[in-house]
Design a protein around this ligand. Structure first.
Ligand code: NAD
Ligand code: UGA
Length: 463
């Protein structure tokens, strides 16, 4: 079977870019990305896309209206499709059983039920969302018991793109992973999806496994990546206490080809919508499988991340003579990493809230994150006692120099390139003295800053 019509349920950070690239590489396949969120779809159809991702806008514009469509008409897109990606969100549950650990699968289930209710012919259903092991089985059961059709195949095809480099990752993936049933029909479905990717991905990079290996590989990949960051962050604490320099340690261990040099940047802790959620998903799975030691092992990755954020703020307070109450502190960067406007689980949110607990006055500058987003991210801040407290304690600036004016400390929370090339002589002149810089991303030229007169503090090195 060859795929001619693709529907993707979920027009988010994964569904949007992934299907845009598929449409670009497969001009003979009609690709329709659907969502229940009208505003999001309107934005995908406008000049201002709902997400910022380098290179995305250009590819959307050259394919939209040709073989790439964004719509809220889920029924029509499901009816027409021979392959359907489920790319909906799977956030950590905030209530009930598994609260704070298990992923909330209600969006996956509602997508599966919609397909079951709508489809008039058998289709290949592809789990693109990150799910617990055995989720494909639940989707199959929902289809089997609710659809008038038979013959659905459910595949697992997790996405490994990183935000900020999504287009590059999609165009040139390390691998594409497809898991499916070992039956003849399952293998045929795997072939059909592989052929879509093989239009631009070398065949040897398309890996096929059984469904459960594929589902577990996604959780494992994110757990390993997050673990590397927590490991180097744990070492950063040792560096600060001993005179070692974490950048030198990262470099030295990264030269060992068995360790490798990627994902060894010490930081204020990892953010983003997935690392914490997926590690907790794995922890919950291990608990459910009665493997408490394994669950505890992975849970340490999260605890270390929380410790790193708190430790960084404690250092700021200590350096600023033990009190930041009433002091203006400037946060550079609110996105969870550079080249994205996404703030989900950003360490900046946690750090800002910790500083607000001490009644500091916070000024925030980020080149891509909107004021509305920052307001929403801080809206549940426990140290706000009335709605007017936001404006009393937080100011959002559109200019980095204005943000630094009369500030006691600059805190680098996101590694935006533009922070490296700012005029720090000018910034120093604008600030209260002594002027402190806390580089939570190790991106600035620390010696040069010290020569200007700054008191410099960084993660993983004590000056
Ligand atoms: P997102 O929140 O940006 O997008 C999900 C979209 O699905 C939302 O727009 C929502 O309105 C829509 N949706 C939910 N239920 C729906 C339904 N029943 N019908 C139609 N639309 C529905 O999420 P995301 O960041 O794109 O992540 C999606 C999945 O991919 C998650 O499981 C995530 O773990 C995984 N993932 C994300 C990334 C990433 O970088 N963000 C990378 C790899 C994997
Ligand atoms: C991550 C994975 O890299 C993707 O492969 C995966 O598909 C995705 O999660 C997902 O499943 O959602 P993403 O979260 O977009 O991608 O971005 P990363 O580049 O992994 O960065 C995550 C966080 O770790 C950021 O806050 C980043 O600043 C931080 N980080 C990263 C460090 O602190 N140190 C490093 O060395 C690397």
């Amino acid at each position: 079977m060859s795929v001619k019509n693709i529907c993707c349920i979920g027009a988010g950070y994964v569904g949007g870019p992934t299907c845009t690239v598929i449409a670009d590489k497969c001009s003979d396949i009609k690709v329709t990305v659907v969502d229940i969120n009208q505003r999001r779809i309107d934005e995908w159809n406008s000049d201002t896309l709902p997400i910022f991702e380098p290179g995305l806008e250009e590819i959307v514009k050259r394919n939209r209206g040709k073989n790439l469509f964004f719509s809220t008409d889920v029924t029509q897109a499901v009816l027409e499709a021979d392959l359907i990606f489920i790319s909906v969100n799977t956030p950590t549950k905030t209530f009930g059983m598994g609260k704070g650990r298990a992923p909330d699968l209600k969006y996956i289930e509602s997508a599966a039920r919609k397909i079951a209710d709508t489809a008039k012919s058998a289709k290949i259903i592809v789990e693109k969302s990150t799910v617990p092991v055995k989720a494909a089985e639940s989707i199959s059961k929902i289809l089997k018991h609710n659809s008038k059709c038979t013959g659905f195949q459910v595949l697992s095809n997790p996405e490994f793109l990183a935000e900020g480099t999504a287009i590059r990752d999609l165009l040139n993936p390390d691998r594409v992973l497809i898991g499916g049933d070992t039956s003849k029909e399952g293998q045929a479905a795997i072939r059909a999806l592989s052929e879509v990717y093989e239009r631009w991905v070398p065949k040897e990079r398309v890996l096929t496994t059984n469904t459960w290996s594929s589902e577990l590989s996604k959780l494992t990949a994110n757990a390993f990546l997050a673990q590397r960051i927590s490991s180097i962050n744990a070492i950063s604490a040792v560096c600060e206490a001993t005179g070692a320099d974490v950048s030198e340690v990262s470099y030295a261990i990264g030269k060992d080809s068995r360790i490798g040099d990627k994902f060894l940047r010490a930081s204020i802790g990892f953010g983003g919508s997935c690392f914490q959620k997926d590690v907790l998903n794995l922890v919950y799975l291990c608990e459910a499988l009665n493997l408490p030691e394994v669950a505890e092992y992975w849970h340490q990755v999260i605890l270390m991340n929380n410790f790193q954020r708190r430790r960084f703020v404690n250092k700021i307070i200590k350096r600023l003579f033990g009190t930041i109450t009433g002091k203006k502190i400037t946060i550079y960067g609110f996105a969870f990493k550079k080249d994205t406007g996404d703030t989900r689980e950003s360490s900046s949110i946690y750090i800002t809230k910790y500083l607000l607990e001490e009644e500091a006055r916070i000024v925030i500058y980020d080149p891509k994150v909107s004021e509305d987003q920052i307001r929403s991210d801080l809206s549940d801040c426990e140290s706000f006692h009335s709605p007017s407290d936001f404006d009393r304690y937080v100011t959002i600036c559109k200019d980095p120099y204005e943000a630094a004016k009369d500030s006691h400390a600059l805190v680098i929370c996101t590694e935006w390139d533009e922070f490296v090339t700012l005029d720090y002589e000018r910034i120093y002149g604008l600030m209260e003295k002594p002027a402190f810089i806390f580089d939570g991303r190790l991106i600035l030229k620390h010696e040069a800053l010290r020569k200007i007169g700054f008191q410099v503090d960084v993660v993983g090195k004590d000056f």
